[in-house]
Structure formats: C-alpha cells, structure tokens
Design a protein around this ligand. Structure first.
Ligand code: AMP
Length: 208
C-alpha cells in the first residue's frame, strides 16, 4: 500500500507515521528526517537546506522532489512531509507514474493552530534516533534521555513559538489546495487529530 500521511507540523504525523508503517508493514519515508540527517552530516544537501529549515521556510520544490525521487520506489511506503504544496503533489504523481504506480490513500490529520503551538513547544526529539517525546503527554522515562537508544533528547531549532506560527501559516496556505487535489481523486481520508496517540491511531486503522 502506498500512503501519504498529511498534516500540519505538530499534527502528530511523526508519531503516527512510525505506528502506521509498522502496522502496514511498509517503509516509512520522512522527508523532514532525511533533510535533518543531511544537515547533521553537513553533506552538500544539508548545507543547501539548513538555513531554510531553521527559519521554518520551505526548501525549494526542485530540491525536495529530487530527494523524493531518489528515495521512493513502487513498493509499499508511507510518506510523511511530502507533498507540501500542489506542485509537489503533481510532481509526486509524475514520479510514481514513471514507475507505473500511484498513491492509494492520503490520510489527513486535522488539527487547529493553538493545539499545535502547545504540542510543538513541548516536543523533544532524540538527537540520535529521531524518536519523538512530549514533556507532558509522552515523557521519556528518564528526563532528557531517549528510552529507545539512551542518547540525549533535544529541542528542534524550529520548535519555538515564533517559528511554529510561521510553519503553520506556510502550511495552511497550501494545505487546502492539496486536500482538494486528493479529494477530487477520491483518495482523501480526514481524521480528527485531537486526542491521545492510541485513539488517533485507532481512527486511522479503521479508515484503512
Ligand atoms: P518537518 O520535519 O516535516 O516539519 O520538516 C522540517 C523542515 O524541512 C520544513 O520546515 C522545511 O524547511 C523542510 N521540508 C520538509 N519537507 C519539505 C517539503 N515537502 N518541501 C519543502 N521543504 C520541506
């Protein structure tokens, strides 16, 4: 199955994407993770995207589409962080059609701005394995330490209220066009993104 998980930054995608990829038995392709890894390694891709990412701005369509094309195949996958605008959605269709393939479902995690600001400013991630935590709703067992790999938890540079608001406005600007695009293709499933992790996961499973 080829599925896109779509939602604003902080809609819970990062958490649900891991659960769902395991459930479906498919590979998770998280564009944000791929880019962050490139920044960490200081590769030429990382150097190109770093400034944009720290400001909460989008990286150029051409660049991210190239990254997706290099990482995608016609087998099952769960895609997170791409497409983020209508041009990217069309580009994805083009990339997949070259492989005689297409997207089966687009799951939209629907959530409001204030919930997102609350969630993201308290989010912590593992600097090593990328696991997600939340200071209140999903704390690690030992403060500041990853349960999965024992490395240090950090706050993403773009998880501060000012940058979060900027990321939200970048998101809503394009989201409606993407939703309409997939709705017209009968591929869109809207999921209420409020509530706890298990509850939301159950809603998604029910729709699939
Ligand atoms: P995320 O982890 O998905 O919130 O992505 C973090 C940052 O990576 C974004 O704020 C952008 O700077 C960049 N990025 C991720 N996905 C895309 C995309 N599809 N198009 C352009 N930039 C992206």
């Amino acid at each position: 199955m080829r599925v896109i998980l779509f939602g604003a930054p902080g809609s819970g995608k990062g958490t649900q994407v891991t659960l769902l990829a395991n459930f479906l038995g498919v590979r998770k392709i998280s564009l944000g993770d791929i880019l962050r890894e490139a920044v960490k390694k200081d590769s030429s891709l990382g150097q190109e995207v770093k400034i944009h990412m720290e400001r909460g701005a989008l990286v150029s369509d051409e660049l991210v589409s190239r990254v997706i094309e290099e990482n995608i195949d016609d087998k099952g996958f769960l895609l997170d962080g791409y497409p983020r605008n209508l041009d990217q959605a069309k580009k994805l269709e083009e990339i997949l059609s070259k492989k005689n393939s297409d997207i089966d479902r687009v799951i939209y995690l629907d959530i409001d701005e204030q919930t997102i600001v609350d969630r993201l400013s308290q989010r912590r991630i593992c600097g090593s394995c990328g696991a997600n935590y939340h200071l209140v709703s999903l704390p690690s067992e030992k403060e500041g330490v990853c349960d999965a790999c024992g490395k240090e938890l950090v706050q993403r540079k773009d998880d501060n209220p000012e940058v979060i608001k900027k990321r939200w406005s970048v998101f809503v600007n394009e989201a409606n066009k993407i939703l309409e695009f997939y709705e017209n293709k009968n591929k869109l499933v809207r999921i209420d993104g409020r509530g706890d992790i298990k509850e939301i996961f159950e809603r998604i499973k029910k729709e699939l």
